[in-house]
Write a protein of this length. Structure first.
Length: 152
């Protein structure tokens, strides 16, 4: 259930609702800065009727770009590389979580099948009275028929 809540939260973060002037104010940058970041491929705002619409995720990304450039002295080419690595890392983490879920499901399925198999064997076991043995079964049941043919 936690996964669905996180998914809904991510969907809200990615919903493109802010026009450029509001997004610029929220990110504490000039609207032209957002246009430059888009031209450089650092931001990809959605387009609604050919107008830019920014999401909360876009604004967070803009703030990160600002932090990298102003506080850490990284140029825009370096920022692009950092953002690409960050995006790839998030993608790999998501893939890993999916693989973990798939592995857990496979484990649970294997355990269920093993339990079913064990239960089916228990049903086939027939208790014998103490000291009692089953009648001996000849090693070769056709041996009796061959022996009768020779007697004729």
């Amino acid at each position: 259930m936690k996964g669905k809540r996180e998914e809904a939260g991510k969907k809200d973060r990615d919903e493109a609702v802010y026009v450029i002037s509001v997004a610029a104010r929220l990110a504490d940058v000039h609207p032209q800065t957002l246009r430059i970041y888009e031209r450089k491929g650092l931001l990809k705002p959605a387009r609604v009727r050919n107008r830019r619409r920014y999401s909360e995720a876009d604004i967070e990304r803009c703030r990160l770009i600002q932090e990298l450039t102003q506080e850490m002295g990284v140029n825009l080419a370096g920022v692009r590389m950092i953002l690409e690595m960050r995006d790839r890392l998030e993608s790999l983490q998501s893939e890993m979580e999916q693989a973990k879920r798939a592995l857990q499901e496979a484990r649970e399925d294997a355990e269920r099948r093993l339990d079913d198999l064990r239960r089916s064997f228990r049903n086939e076991i027939v208790p014998l009275p103490r000291g009692g043995l089953l009648p001996a079964v000849p090693a070769d049941p056709l041996r009796l028929l061959r022996g009768k043919r020779k007697e004729r």
